[in-house]
Write a protein that binds this ligand. Sequence first.
Ligand SMILES: *[C@@H]1O[C@H](CO)[C@@H](O)[C@H](O)[C@H]1NC(C)=O
Ligand SMILES: *[C@@H]1O[C@H](CO)[C@@H](O)[C@H](O)[C@H]1NC(C)=O
Ligand SMILES: *[C@@H]1O[C@H](CO)[C@@H](O)[C@H](O)[C@H]1NC(C)=O
Length: 485
Amino acid sequence: MREDVLLLLLFPLILCSNALKTCKSFWVSNRPSQDCSSLALQEPPPLLPNVLSLSLANNSIFRVTNFPPEYKRLQSVRLDQCQLEKLDFDALSVFEQLRELDISRNFLTKLIIPRNLVSLRVLNMAFNSFTYVPDMSHLESLRLVDLSHNRLISVRPRMLPFNLEVVRLAANRFTHLSPWPFLHKLQELDVTFNDLECDCSLWHFVTWAEKLALFDSTMLPCRRPSELRKSPIDGKTVCGPSVVSSTPESAVVSLDDNHMMCCTALATPSPQLFWQLNGKNISNGLSQKHLSDSGKVEFCLEIRKIQLKDMGKYKCVASLAGLNSSKEFHVERDKIPIVLNSAEGIMIYCQFTICTFIGVCCVISCCVLRTGGRGKTRPKREYMHAKVLEIPQDSCEYCCDDMDEDGDVDGRECDDWGDAETAAVRQYLQWRQMHQDQHKYSMIPQIRHESLCRLSNESNNSECHRAPLARFDEPPSVSFDMTHL
Ligand SMILES: *[C@@H]1O[C@H](CO)[C@@H](O)[C@H](O)[C@H]1NC(C)=O
Ligand SMILES: *[C@@H]1O[C@H](CO)[C@@H](O)[C@H](O)[C@H]1NC(C)=O
Ligand SMILES: *[C@@H]1O[C@H](CO)[C@@H](O)[C@H](O)[C@H]1NC(C)=O
């Protein structure tokens, strides 16, 4: 003991390495220790004699390919916070008595642990970037492993040595965990801060962990899954089944296509799985795949060269202990297009065209008939509505003066006012035209103001009204003064 203290005091004087001068030496549990933390070291420094415990924490040792040979006697090494990216197999091979290794808070993604670390009891790999658990199965003395705050997705149970007492897996990326019954010395298990899915597969793990009183189940993100129940057959606890689709639930297909449908079933224990078409079991084209760690099974049906008989309602069914869960899938034939190069298509096309043609003809003839018919039926007269035409008397073939008492005009029915009026208007317009273009004509019939006769039956008597103005209401709206004529 005294000898050791003396040595410790003398060391800085005896050895002249810069690194050694700055490393601190001290005693921990009667063992000489060397503290080289926070020294901005870039590689492992030489070791003081007899040192069993070394701390290199908080340095900048990016990669270790080899440790100095005297490291072989070390029992405890701290390499945490060293920005370590790689720790080589050969480097670790130097240790013969290593009991504790702390490589936490680095950037390690993988690690191969050599066989010589048989004495290793504590391995701290927390706060690194491990995506899978390094193989530790040969570390028979290992009691504690800390892998929290890494990127682990799953644990392969055979990577774990079976004397483990403490396993820390907090804050990783586990969604599913399975029981590890071979870890019969397990006393502490931390799986908090993982996105565990609260389904049947997790329940298996929880039941195992609860039985060992490893943790309080309230620390899990969920309670017991709701699918949990007692089997009516043997009274055992079962979970599920539940089925979800993992491909689209409806499909439109063409004849001779191939089509694949998949569902994912979850149940503990494994359920009975089958596919049905319109209520009948299918035996061809089935395939099953266990999805790793999740306890789920993907169950697929492939239909090759689809025929008409393959169209319909498909069902993926999982059955466990008297309960069914199923998902429906629909397979339909695509719409038949009008294809003009098929005889059937041409027929349909021709029929359609002929029908359209006949329809259009009918509409046109109706219109023509209606227009023609108008000539035969007398239009409703609108004398009462100020459709007043003033016609010069000498251009007027049928003047009111000529009308006799029983309404006959020159042998015509007096009722034929409309026609008389039309003739009078035509003659008048003709006269007016001539009057306007008088340079074209050698002689223009004279028209006197007094002889203007209003052709109107608005007063319903045979009086001839003198009309100073002529007015044509429609169309086009023309108004002219005849007084100056
Ligand atoms: C790490 O080391 C640096 C100097 O290299 C020091 O400033 C810093 O405080 C140390 N950090 C810790 C957490 O010890
Ligand atoms: C379909 O197959 C399942 C599983 O083999 C069976 O339990 C079920 O009775 C069958 N159903 C029909 C309708 O044949
Ligand atoms: C489950 O489905 C199978 C097959 O269709 C059927 O024979 C059985 O009666 C169903 N069981 C229940 C509980 O619905």
